[in-house]
Write a protein of this length. Structure first.
Length: 266
């Protein structure tokens, strides 16, 4: 089993998952989820926006794994006025009684407070074991942390060596908000970087493995996307090696982020 991180309230979240953004509903998504579960993944990240929740649910049922062994995340489109209705529809598509994590997909300033209060209600009803946000910068996170409701358990943002969100990462770690990285491979654009290649060559690892391991060692949960079986398996081979301090510093220095408090939407 892959390592986990503890969320607020005690839920254990795997540090490696499969993201299914931009995967076609039907065979592509179902096969990718099945391969991931076979390879030991126990976290699947989807969203109502992705239009493949039904396919994720079908693959989960075919896997035969007990419900409590798979951590399922989906997300609320924040412009909807009723998070309860939206979550119930997501649960119906997934074929589940609850999700392990329900996220506000991105912030809409005039609706953020109401949406967050609705998510806390859904958590209290047991429809979501944990709740959090996605694409939130420090300012918006601070308003939730300082507010009357419980703070988010997770903040999911774009994070990789080329978008090293240092201040946001530090803020989340300081306030016990798990930092989750989507696009941890920079959508493949950074895998030809000479530094990434050199570190991988010395350690006998692929550039993908180096990039994912970098994020994990910074305390992030990673959800790389792939619909290829060989890459799904390779992406899981992260827990039998470590990057040294010099290599971490070299990878840190690849950061090209401008305005590190900004949230990046896929």
């Amino acid at each position: 089993m892959h390592p986990t991180v503890r969320l607020r309230g005690g839920t254990e979240m795997p540090v490696l998952g499969l993201g299914v953004w931009q995967m076609a509903a039907g065979r592509e998504t179902e096969q990718a989820v099945e391969w991931a579960l076979e390879a030991g993944y126990r976290l699947v990240d989807t969203a109502s926006l992705y239009r493949n929740e039904e396919s994720v649910g079908a693959a989960l049922r075919r896997s035969g794994l007990p419900r409590d062994e798979v951590f399922v995340t989906t997300k609320l489109l924040p412009q909807h006025t009723s998070a309860a209705n939206e979550l119930r529809q997501s649960l119906q598509r997934l074929g589940l009684d609850y999700v392990d994590l329900y996220l506000i997909h991105w912030p809409i300033p005039l609706l953020a407070g109401r949406a967050w209060r609705q998510l806390t209600s859904l958590q209290a009803k047991g429809l979501a074991r944990s709740i959090g946000v996605s694409n939130y910068g420090r300012g918006r996170l601070k308003r939730l942390v300082d507010g009357p409701s419980p703070a988010p358990a997770v903040n999911q943002v774009q994070f990789n060596p080329f978008r090293f969100r240092r201040r946001l990462l530090d803020y989340c770690l300081e306030h016990e908000i798990v930092f989750e990285a989507y696009s941890p491979l920079a959508r493949g654009k950074g895998l030809q970087n000479p530094v990434v290649i050199d570190v991988g060559r010395r350690l006998g690892r692929t550039p993908t493995q180096i990039t994912l391991r970098w994020a994990i060692q910074h305390g992030a949960v990673v959800i790389p996307k792939s619909s290829r079986q060989d890459r799904i398996r390779s992406n899981a081979e992260l827990f039998d090696f470590e990057l040294g301090e010099d290599d971490m510093r070299r990878l840190d220095a690849l950061d090209r982020t401008r305005g590190t408090s900004r949230a990046y939407l896929p």
